[in-house]
Design a protein. Structure first.
Length: 685
């Protein structure tokens, strides 16, 4: 019967060798039966479909499926490709043991051509309908000619008569910095490596400016050999979105208050400086700077005056240094400077004197004349330092000496300083002892649903009370714990303690726990999370792990894989301090975070329209990725109303509460719930 059918019938043994082929093979693929007997089918299957072919056979052999149907391309003896509908079935002997596979092949080339023509028509219609005000293009790859819609010309400001409708014209309009990437992605799609073409790049407008566009396209016609013949697609003007993203990217590497480079960019510049002097010779200097009496001014005149003072100091520091130098604000009243391309201690000393002089000049703040000073620690590089971290530590030690000597002065680091017990070293010893005797506790700051003003979660925040020095700020001991590796033990304790305490909370309140980058470098983090959940009985969906962008810097691929495994446990993942790290947007593309927490620096200045636009852009990113958006550092009703207006769904900050001891969590939840009910009744009344 198989010899008389127009379909090709093939029997394959378990080694996937052809053992029987019906005569119809000559009609469909042009081969004589003897030419293919004993050969493997993959030799004639289209390369892009060999993996799917093998998966079908594997599924049949493993008993996962009984039969399968696939439309595939097979090579004709003359070299072209033939579309074939192939059905597969596993054959068995009388005892039920597999003996091979039987396949029936039917030539469906004519049907496929009809389907492709219909699909081309439908896709062009769909693109035309969906594109709206987008620019529609239709490229004939055989001639290079391209049809462009009227919206395409409007987007770039050209008249149709001013553009030669050819692919070369298109290439000429692409910004040179984007051309290679665009070309590579386009060719990847033409070659069948990607299901569609998508690329963001700049096109030159008639006025000479560049418009950021999102180009999307798809091959709608190929010849029998799989060669692309026609591509249709759209250009969408995304200039406004890109401008907002660039602002976010700038703010990720710059201090929001002063506009100076932040710690991340400072570290990047330091590494670049080290690499340059090691290759080319020469030297440079690092200055660690700490403002003297800043806290006094800030406390007496208020935070707005303190912020203005920091901006003034930033401008003054920039004014007395060269363009090649770097001035960065690391946080609070801490600044750092790289004096580039200098190996002369005398010029470094002169720069230090200029800095002390300019910082010491009085500043008019709201009608008050304020005077502060600055202490400097200087380290000359590269010296014997193996890394930027070590070099900066030397500058930090020299800064400690300057502050100890009476402030408003500077010291150069020397090897003798390294052997002295600094305050930081003593703090490290005390920190180790506190870890051994569990000398920490957790406080919890509420995260409030913006719509209902009820608590939806609490963030666990670590507290340490030193037996002699009293409360040590987390900003002081957490970085030290990370540097020394003690954060791993601290983090494990915090996870267990937070889960244990949260298990007794009412309802479905979540607890958010911060996870350090150091914890991700150590094996076993996922097991620590499992153990904490198991020991406490807390459901996994009530635990939220907060990470900052620095977590992804050392080994992003490994960390993203770990985050996916944690997500598989049912745990939620939040991106904390969004906008203050290295490359916020890239990480949103690499991992779908459940929550994005907007850094307090944005919220503090949300009354500024430019900052509000950034917040709107972040909210938009969250909506597109399905992430909850939390505004951190909300301290006033005005800020609360602003973040709600911009679309934030959760808020956190002193407006609702400072971090609370565990004993007050339940009472606070009930109190805020009552307030929300009373407020609702008042509005209804």
């Amino acid at each position: 019967m198989a010899d008389n059918t127009t379909d090709v019938v093939i029997w394959l043994d378990l080694s996937v060798r052809r053992r029987y082929i019906s005569p119809a093979i000559k009609t469909v693929l042009g081969y004589e039966v003897d030419e293919l007997i004993g050969t493997h089918p993959l030799a004639t299957v289209h390369p892009s479909e060999t993996k799917a072919f093998q998966l079908i056979l594997d599924d049949l052999a493993q008993g996962r499926i009984e039969d399968a149907l696939a439309v595939q391309r097979y090579r004709h003896k003359k070299g072209h490709w033939v579309w074939v509908e192939a059905s597969f079935k596993l054959t068995r002997d009388p005892r039920g043991q597999p003996t091979g596979y039987v396949a029936a092949l039917r030539d469906v080339s004519a049907r496929k051509a009809t389907e492709d023509a219909l699909r081309l028509s439908e896709e062009r219609l769909s693109l035309a309908l969906d594109s709206g005000s987008d620019g529609l293009w239709d490229l004939d790859l055989t001639t290079g000619e391209i049809e462009l819609s009227s919206h395409w010309f409007d987007m770039l400001g050209y008249r149709a008569s001013e553009i030669v409708p050819h692919i070369n014209t298109w290439h000429d309009l692409v910004h040179r910095d984007d051309a290679e990437r665009s070309r590579r992605l386009f060719l990847d799609h033409l070659n069948g490596s990607t299901p569609a073409y998508e690329c963001e790049y700049r096109l030159r407008r008639k006025n000479g400016d560049y418009a950021w566009t999102l180009a999307r396209g798809k091959v709608v016609s190929r010849d029998q050999n799989g060669q692309a013949l026609r591509v249709v697609g759209t250009h969408i003007d995304i200039t406004r979105r890109k401008e907002a993203e660039l602002k976010i990217a700038h703010m990720a590497t710059h201090d929001a208050l002063t506009g100076l480079p932040n710690r991340a960019l400072f570290r990047e510049r330091l590494d670049e400086e080290l690499a340059t002097v090691r290759q080319q010779g020469g030297g440079f200097a690092i200055l660690a700077c700490d403002l003297d009496r800043f806290k006094t001014v800030n406390d007496s005149l208020g935070h707005p005056a303190g912020d203005e003072l920091l901006r003034v100091i930033a401008r003054r520091l920039t004014s007395v240094l060269r363009d090649v130098d770097t001035v960065a604000r690391l946080g609070g009243d801490e600044f750092a400077i790289i004096l580039s391309q200098t190996d002369d201690p005398r010029s470094v000393r002169a720069a230090a004197h200029r800095i002390i002089e300019v910082v010491g000049e009085p500043v008019d703040l709201c009608g008050h004349s304020a005077s502060i000073g600055v202490s400097l620690g200087v380290a000359l590089g590269p010296g014997a330092s193996a890394s930027g971290d070590q070099l900066f530590r030397h500058a930090d030690i020299a800064l400690y000496r300057a502050k100890k000597a009476g402030r408003n002065t500077f010291f150069f680091y020397d090897d003798g300083m390294g052997s002295e017990a600094s305050e930081r070293t003593l703090l490290e010893l005390d920190l180790r002892e506190a870890v051994l005797r569990s000398g920490f506790l957790l406080h919890y700051q509420p995260i409030v649903d913006a719509a209902s003003r009820t608590v939806s979660a609490f963030e666990a925040l670590m507290r340490w009370t030193h037996p002699l020095r009293g409360a040590i700020p987390p900003a002081e001991f957490i970085p030290l714990a990370e540097e020394t590796g003690l954060i791993v033990a601290l983090g494990t304790w915090a996870l267990h303690e937070a889960c244990r305490e949260a298990a007794s909370w009412p309802g479905d309140l979540r607890v958010a726990v911060n996870v350090s980058a150091v914890q991700f470098t150590q094996p076993g983090l996922e097991q620590v999370v499992r153990d904490a959940l198991s020991a406490s009985g807390l459901p996994a969906d009530r635990l939220e792990l907060e990470i900052t962008e620095s977590v992804l810097m050392s080994d992003a691929e490994s960390v993203v894989a770990s985050l996916h495994r944690l997500r598989d446990l049912g745990v939620r993942i939040a991106l904390d301090d969004f906008g203050t790290g290295y490359s916020s947007l890239s990480y949103l593309r690499r991992f779908p975070f459940d929550k994005i927490k907007i850094d307090r620096s944005f919220i503090r200045d949300i009354g500024n329209e430019e900052t509000a636009a950034i917040v709107r852009a972040i909210v938009g990113l969250g909506e597109r990725t399905g992430a909850t958006i939390t505004a951190e550092g909300v301290e006033t009703e005005e800020q609360f109303e602003s973040v709600c207006r911009e679309g934030c769904t959760q808020v956190q900050g002193y407006l609702f509460s400072k971090p609370l001891p565990a004993s007050r969590v339940t009472g606070f939840v009930e109190e805020l719930g009552r307030r929300a009910i009373e407020s609702g009744m008042s509005v209804a009344g």
